[in-house]
Design a protein around this ligand. Structure first.
Ligand code: ATP
Length: 255
């Protein structure tokens, strides 16, 4: 298989008269952490929505793990291993922390209803495996002590960690995080950085990140793609992007 987990070319999304994404390209090698940056309204979340099947792109090609996926339904893309979080936390808030991770695995595995009704041996084994797997991830994101608490009662930072765990229990090959540091304090952001690096190093995934926290982006990324008003502006290593005059003018200059 190709060493590229994701290759996007000429991605375009039009909403009526608004060209929200205009010819964006993006390549992610296996094991890379890539960030997409750009001013507010640049089209970053729209790119995520096109990649993950929430929107059907107007044009462009999306090759994920060697297969063209543009226009596929979101749940089919998720089953192939492209999993995302959202800009605003989306948990099942009245379920417990643990239940959130169990539901995520069930949605993904699509266990047969009959096996569930008759509680077959294979079903019980799968349930136990799902529980063990959920506990593993709760420990990893430091939420083991909160397993039986209602997810909606967690503070904001732990909710964001739970969202990441909820993605990871489905064993993705590409994890896409939409502004994971938004609303976190500096210490939580440092922990997030360590966590993302660990996910990549220990769990064989690639990561695509939308993020406004420039320190995090510069510290963590192997590669950065900059878009401005829907159009690709620059791409390169953190060093190259940091020193690119067009980026400084369009993005950093506005701060
Ligand atoms: N469903 C939609 N219908 C119409 N316009 C949309 C839709 N989704 C996004 N847009 C528009 O597309 C443009 C890009 O928005 P998008 O949310 O992708 O930007 P962004 O780079 O993620 O911004 P931010 O950093 O503020 O989250 C904006 O002008 C937005 O209003």
């Amino acid at each position: 298989m190709s060493s590229r987990i994701l290759e996007v070319s000429n991605l375009t999304m039009r909403f009526g008269g608004l060209l929200a994404v205009n010819g964006v390209g993006l390549t992610i090698q296996n094991g890379q952490i890539v960030s997409m940056i750009g001013p507010n309204g640049a089209g970053k979340t729209t790119v995520f929505n096109c990649l993950t099947g929430f929107y059907k792109p107007t044009a462009g090609k999306i090759v994920f793990a060697g297969e063209e996926i543009q226009g596929l339904q979101g749940h089919k893309i998720a089953r192939k291993g492209m999993i995302r979080t959202f800009q605003h936390v989306r948990l099942f808030k009245s379920m417990t922390v643990l239940e959130n991770l169990l539901v995520a695995q069930h949605q993904h595995l699509n266990n047969s209803l009959l096996a569930g009704l008759f509680k077959t041996r294979a079903y019980r084994q799968a349930e136990q495996a799902a529980l063990d797997h959920a506990m593993y991830w709760l420990k990893k994101v430091d939420l083991l002590n909160e397993a039986n608490r209602e997810a909606g009662t967690l503070a904001y930072g732990p909710q964001r960690r739970l969202e990441i765990a909820r993605c990871m229990v489905t064993r993705p090959s590409l994890l896409m995080l939409d502004e994971p540091a938004a609303g976190l304090n500096p210490s939580e952001t440092d922990h997030l950085k360590i966590l993302i690096n660990e996910l990549r190093d220990e769990h064989d995934i690639s990561v695509l990140l939308i993020e406004h926290d420039m320190k995090l982006v510069m510290d963590i990324s192997d590669h950065i793609v900059v878009i401005n008003q829907g159009t690709p502006l620059a791409s390169g290593t953190p060093e190259e992007v940091r020193n690119n005059p067009a980026v400084i003018k369009a993005y950093l200059g506005e701060e």
